[in-house]
Design a protein around this ligand. Structure first.
Ligand code: MYA
Ligand code: FAD
Length: 649
């Protein structure tokens, strides 16, 4: 163990194990998680140290080998795909496996939208991996605008079949994970046509490849869409269907019937699978940012550079600017941890209502999950990059471990709903509740009260250590944005603009409003979660400092909003800034211990900079020696170099 990290750990003022259990939910949960991880990481197939020295094909092949090992493990330990245990295992693999769409979208879509009979037929095949499916919705020409999807499923009454067809090049399915080479089935989103009429998007189970030799079936053109920023193990694919016939029973009909069409009670019920992933992505944002913070904080405690006082080369973690970069990332990761818990609670509640046939809550769930998905993924993507840059040159090396997190996580601003679109969807719900405050759910209850102008009665730095005053600050900021935007929308329509054009004209203000609302929700949920949790006073002191940093940093970051709302003045903003510096100092002694509480296995981080023992330089050198260029002392391409060296200019 490198001395600096040892010293850091000895200085901690709280019990790391207590925080590990608090973040995991309990000591039993911690134990179970570590047991699952050990099964995974002790398997050599999950080796990753040559991850960046092999080709895309080898990476994909490795992905299938890992899938095989993971599936065998689940079978040996009787771990079901819809279990919490599997979700933990999936996170530990960073869901980089070619078959993860099968588990997170194909199976859940059948489970959520199939009739009892369809579930009896398809779920055993899918859960036993007799078939491997993906979720094929996005097309070359449309990903966001689902009502614009062009794939057609035309009901042929005479044969009781659907004819599924990609009528144009833009109707080709494009992006679905595992579609290119792995899956032999897909749930296809297609416009249902029956008796000459279009009834909108419905989901259809379509076989794509033979179960004998995996060759594409007649009428199926299929393949990989090529290299991307990340998810190199995943064969995101393209698919063109040329009048492929499927049985009537292959349309998922829990909520709608095709022949003598019966529509779903709420047409958006077909969008349910996407909502479930958006809910997961909120907690995933916390995991990714916590991992990046762990790497950056540990490295910053080991990396000594330049001088504060002559003759003393301190760890870069002693620089206030380094603390100002990194400690808010720790705080954000914890804030999103609690937001993820909240989202899962709400999701489970709405799911049980839906299974009882009450579909009204799906709009609220959509409104909240769309906003938090966008807010937490946007913020965590930026946070990972801040952590990487805080590690200087070695942060830029693949040995740092950042690239794997960053390259996979970048996509979260796009997949499962492009973030701007998600913000606007959430805003649509927010402004509806603003116009009808009585219908506002708990997360928007502040809309119910008259918007009386308030002043922030903050006179000293101590006042910005009070959860209630901070929550009020974020509430007033959101209210100020929402009410001024609502007024703008009203004026635009008052002077003759139709509602849609007015919405587009005001969409930048609308974006600011929904982001302010999400920020308020995250702060409030974070502080209320801490108030409800039992913990020792040393730990509560640390967690309070981190939560106060999250809120005060948020005010400083958006000072203009808080001033514009008239709720705060310049003097108070300076109090907030003074508080931030005081909190950085307070957190400094525990920074390494807090990231230790995220409890990442080195084999998950795969980082020469963030390993638990802090043995950075030997790990970097060992990793560099793996470079394929170092297989020989003189590289075979020397012949070109020699000509260059011998040529005359
Ligand atoms: C650590 C791990 C790291 C790795 C991470 C691994 C994970 C990786 C995963 C990668 C895998 C990636 C996999 C993938 O990427 S799968 C593909 C993901 N694709 C999308 O998300 C498409 C996004 N687009 C849409 O959802 C729709 O087109 C929208 C919503 C934009 C408009 O739609 P539309 O034009 O039809 O509607 P509208 O605007 O006329 O009217 C809106 C009305 O509809 C209601 N509404 C809308 N939506 C929902 C809903 N869902 N539940 C309930 N209600 C909903 C809404 O409240 C409103 O109600 P009201 O106001 O009228 O009352
Ligand atoms: C890694 C990855 C994995 C994926 N996996 C799958 C999968 O398994 N299955 C699947 O079906 N799909 C998948 N997708 C596709 C993904 O869901 C879509 O790319 C996503 O929904 C965005 O749609 P789009 O590409 O059409 O973007 P667009 O909507 O074309 O976005 C382009 C720009 O237009 C803007 N824009 C669009 N509409 C509006 C609007 N109404 N108001 C304001 N601005 C707007 C957006 O903000 C954005 O800036 C995946 C994508 C990625 C990157």
């Amino acid at each position: 163990m490198d001395a600096p990290l040892l010293k850091e750990r000895e200085r901690a003022t709280f019990n790391v194990t207590e925080l590990i259990h608090l973040l995991n939910g309990s000591e039993e949960e911690t134990k179970r998680r570590k047991e699952l991880e050990s099964w995974l990481y002790n398997n050599p197939v999950f080796r990753q140290d040559d991850r960046y020295q092999i080709s895309r094909e080898e990476v994909y092949e490795r992905g299938l080998q890992k899938t095989r090992e993971l599936v065998n493990l689940c079978r040996r330990k009787n771990i079901k795909f819809d279990s919490l245990d599997f979700a933990r295992l999936n996170i530990s693999t960073l869901e980089e496996l070619p078959f993860f769409l099968h588990v997170i979208m194909f199976i859940p879509t059948i489970r959520g939208q199939g009739t009892e009979e369809q579930k009896r037929k398809w779920l055993p095949l899918a859960e036993d991996l007799k078939i491997l499916g993906t979720y094929a919705q996005t097309e070359l020409g449309h990903g966001t605008f689902l009502r614009g999807l062009e794939t057609k499923a035309t009901y042929d009454v005479s044969s009781r079949e659907f004819i599924v067809n990609s009528p144009t090049i833009t109707s080709m399915k494009w992006w679905p994970g595992g579609l290119g080479k792995t899956c032999n089935y897909a749930v296809i989103a297609a416009q249902l046509y029956t008796k000459g009429k279009c009834y909108g998007i419905h989901m259809f189970i379509v076989q794509l490849r033979s179960l004998e030799d995996h060759k594409p079936l007649p009428g199926v053109t299929i393949g990989d869409i090529g290299n991307k920023y990340g998810f190199h193990t995943v064969d995101n694919g393209f698919l063109r269907l040329d009048n492929v016939r499927i049985p009537y029973e292959n349309m998922l009909m829990r909520y709608a019937k095709a022949c003598d069409y019966i529509p779903p009670v709420n047409p958006k019920i077909n969008y349910g699978t996407m909502t479930s992933i958006r809910v997961d992505l909120v907690k995933d944002a916390s995991v990714i940012l916590a991992a990046a913070s762990t790497i950056a904080i540990r490295y910053s405690a080991v990396r000594h550079q330049t001088e504060i006082r002559p003759g003393e080369e301190p760890p870069v973690l002693d620089y206030i600017t380094q603390q100002f970069k990194l400690f808010p990332q720790i705080a954000t990761a914890i804030a999103f941890h609690f937001a993820g818990d909240y989202m899962h609670r709400i999701y489970d509640k709405v799911q049980s209502e839906i299974f009882d046939g009450h579909l009204s809550a799906i709009t609220e769930l959509h409104g909240i999950s769309a906003g938090l998905k966008a807010f937490t993924t946007d913020t965590s993507i930026a946070g990972v990059e801040i952590c990487r840059r805080a590690c200087g040159g070695h942060g830029y090396s693949n040995a740092s471990g950042f690239q794997r997190f960053y390259e996979n996580w970048l996509g979260s601003a796009t997949y499962e709903g492009e973030n701007t679109v998600m913000y606007l969807q959430a805003a649509r719900y927010l402004f509806k509740c603003y116009d009808n405050p009585k219908e506002a759910p708990e997360t928007m209850s502040y809309l119910r009260y008259p918007q009386n102008k308030m002043e922030w009665n903050v006179k000293s730095a101590d006042d910005v250590s009070n959860y209630a005053t901070l929550i009020t600050a974020f509430e007033q900021r959101a209210l100020s944005k929402i009410s001024s935007t609502a007024k703008k929308l009203k004026n635009l329509t008052h002077y003759g603009m139709n509602r849609n054009d007015a919405w587009n004209a005001a969409s930048v203000d609308i974006l600011h409003s929904i982001k302010a609302h999400c920020h308020y929700f995250i702060v409030k949920n974070y502080m209320q979660s801490l108030n409800h949790l039992k913990m020792s006073s040393p730990l509560r002191q640390v967690m309070t400092a981190v939560a106060l940093l999250y809120a005060n940093y948020g005010i400083d970051e958006h000072a203009g909003d808080f001033l514009e709302s008239g709720f705060m003045n310049g003097k108070q903003i300076n109090l907030v800034r003074a508080k931030i510096l005081q909190l950085l100092k307070e957190i400094r002694v525990n920074a390494v211990a807090i990231v230790d509480s995220f409890d990442f296995d080195d084999r998950f981080l795969r980082s020469a900079l963030g390993a638990y023992d802090g043995n950075v330089y030997n790990r970097l050198f060992k990793w560099a020696k793996l470079s394929p260029l170092n297989k020989t002392e003189v590289h075979s391409s020397y012949k070109y170099l020699r000509r260059i060296l011998q040529s005359k200019l």
